[in-house]
Design a protein around this ligand. Sequence first.
Ligand code: AR6
Length: 182
Amino acid sequence: MKRSIGDQTIELVQGDITLQNVDAIVNAANSSLAGGGGVDGAIHRRGGPSIMQETDEMHSQGCPTGEAVISGAGKLPARYVIHAVGPIWDGGRRGEAELLAGAYRNSLQLAVEHGCRSVAFPALSTGAYGYPMDLAARTALATTIEFLQAHGEPALVRFVLFSDGAYGAFAAALEEAFKTED
Ligand code: AR6
């Protein structure tokens, strides 16, 4: 599924983030940038040790929740990995939505600063961090639409959803977001 904002495209696909042939893929990292399971595990496994070496050297202090840092992408097809730290879901009253929006916004900002025309995101915070998928989808898409409207780039933002359920939640949220745009 695709939607356009001027010359820019938001695309939803079902698949594996590590296989995406885009300028930057986004990692669902933790604030110590220590690696882990899920997307993080898959990226470091497939990308090789240079990614962790680089984040250890450049970002030894880690990365606060709601922010992001960038590294090379090792053996992955992408040029960069943007390590974004989403919030751990705790009922929704501890600023989770704003922190999740920050993780998307700061990732998009880093991508633009590094000349990336295409960026692929997983559904940040919806795995180990327990964020409800439908709420996460709304925040992810609203933040992306707002960013694209304000900045006019990157040209392509792709959401790579792992399961049928994740794809369905993002598809519903994307349709809804464009309905309210009109
Ligand atoms: N491609 C795309 N999506 C995936 C993939 C993949 N290869 N693998 C899992 N997903 P998670 P979080 C989906 O847990 O919730 C790690 O240990 C998954 O189904 O990767 O932000 C980190 O080190 C889910 O919908 O990230 C952190 O400690 C979504 O990606 C912590 O988990 C995100 O799931 C971060 O938790």
